[in-house]
Write a new protein. Structure first.
Length: 444
């Protein structure tokens, strides 16, 4: 049966003054716009199944915003929640659209408009369907390096440069062609954190992710709508980083690789559109004992008073956020049960090319293994339909580091337990029809 597709983009740049997220200690909200942010929607329909995918220049939606978008799209477009995939580029130069501790409050006026804009883009894409073919290709590219550096002098794992660590050195490309075989949309995925710019940047930016889309628009004279989909970038940082010039260079490199992949892509002939969601319960590590929580609360209460004397809003927000987290841990310690959280994996099958979305900052090892073991093309994405926090491998807990020991405090949650790797892999392998899979392939 024939397939139809439609696309739409909408500008989601926030107003000046909103708090940015991704880095603590920023002294103010954003003071300007370096480059605008967009949400781009694709809808595909074969008469039986209608799917929607949105790529957003955001760090990652909060779960209540995901639900609001899903419900509005269901009402206006008829796409159920399991058929709508919302992927964030994870730029650290965008607005706070998640309740991150220490990084300022979420601007509810902005998020109200954001929800309507994202859902509206999906509706406009659905209103502009045309006959379509799908093609898939891959090309080599590497923007970043593994950032989990284990220092020789003290054995600590730090955010640094692990040149021998795993990366996914490619870009996947899913092209959408019209009836004449001319591309009008390009979905391309690579695994690299949107952190070319650092915490000293107070200008709104989509980082290298947006630079890549702008370059594709330029090279195709605006005839191909580009969708950057963020991969499993939990332990990958761009390299080099620090300036807008670096972001532009990374964007050009990625865009050229994505266009190369599109140029040599093969037609996907399997006439199938489908979606599936698998929800599992993931165990969390227990909080510290109550007496340790009380000590943490006292220390952060003193730190708040100290920072308030400095008048530096970023430092004040950080101290207050850590105090709130210490109080949260104390409440969880009082509950005394083994905490768990729901975690939903989503799979799209687009003519035989599969997109697997996970709501976490997933370590790249997962994507490497799924790619190696799956039959046929598979893009594994993080930052999809919200973010719970970091999802390391079980082996990474032994060496610690920011992603394992500290980051969950900014997310305001308890940390995933090591056994989460086994549970997530089991669900993913079932969705991908992978048999004889190794559920914990790395040495603990």
């Amino acid at each position: 049966m024939p397939t139809y597709a439609g696309v739409c983009e909408t500008n989601i740049t926030p107003p000046l003054g909103v708090w940015m997220c991704g880095y603590a200690y920023r002294p103010t909200g954003c003071i300007g716009v370096h480059d605008e942010l967009f949400a781009r929607a694709l809808v595909v329909d074969n008469g039986d199944t209608r799917l929607g995918l949105v790529a957003m220049d955001l760090i990652g939606l909060d779960f209540d915003l995901v639900e609001r978008v899903q419900q509005q799209v269901l009402q206006e477009v008829g796409i159920p929640p399991e058929g709508l995939m919302l992927n964030a580029t994870h730029t650290h130069g965008g607005p706070n659209v998640r309740a991150f501790n220490t990084m300022g409050s979420r601007d509810e006026a902005y998020t109200d408009v954001l929800v309507r804009k994202i859902a509206g883009a999906v509706k406009q894409a659905a209103d502009n369907l045309r006959p379509a073919q799908l093609v898939y290709g891959r090309a080599p590219v590497q923007l970043g390096i593994n950032r989990r550096e284990r220092r020789k002098e003290d054995g600590r794992t730090v955010l640094g440069h692990n040149y021998g660590g795993p990366v996914a050195p490619w870009v996947d490309a899913l092209g959408v062609l019209d009836a004449r075989g001319k591309p009008f949309a390009l979905l391309f995925s690579h695994a690299c954190h949107g952190t070319t710019l650092g915490g000293d940047n107070l200008l709104i930016t989509s980082d290298f992710c947006g630079a890549a889309t702008h370059e594709i628009l330029r090279q195709t004279s605006g005839e191909v709508m580009p969708f950057f989909l963020q991969g499993c970038a939990g332990n990958i940082n761009p390299h080099p980083r620090g300036t807008f010039e670096h972001a532009q260079a990374h964007g050009r490199t990625l865009a050229e690789a994505a266009l190369e992949a599109l140029d040599k892509a093969s037609l996907l002939k399997e006439p199938l559109l489908s979606c599936e969601v698998s929800t599992v319960n993931l165990p969390l590590l227990p909080p510290p004992p109550p007496e340790a929580c009380d000590r943490n609360i006292a220390e952060w209460e003193a730190k708040v008073q100290e920072e308030e004397r400095t008048g530096h809003m970023g430092r004040i927000l950080h101290a207050k956020g850590m105090l709130e987290y210490a109080k949260y841990e104390r409440r969880m310690a009082e509950v005394g049960t083994n905490p768990v959280t729901e975690f939903s994996l989503q799979l799209f099958n687009l003519h035989g090319a599969r997109i697997l979305g996970l709501p976490a900052e997933v370590f790249v090892q997962y994507a490497l293994d799924f790619d190696r073991q799956a039959m046929g093309p598979v893009m594994t994405l993080g930052y999809t339909n919200g973010i719970h926090g970091y999802l390391p491998t079980a082996a990474d807990y032994e060496i610690g580091g920011y992603e394992v020991e500290h980051a969950h405090r900014y997310y305001g949650t308890l940390m995933f337990a090591p056994d989460c790797e086994r549970i997530v892999r089991q669900a993913a392998y079932r969705l991908l029809d992978i048999e004889r899979s190794v559920l914990v392939p790395y040495r603990v």
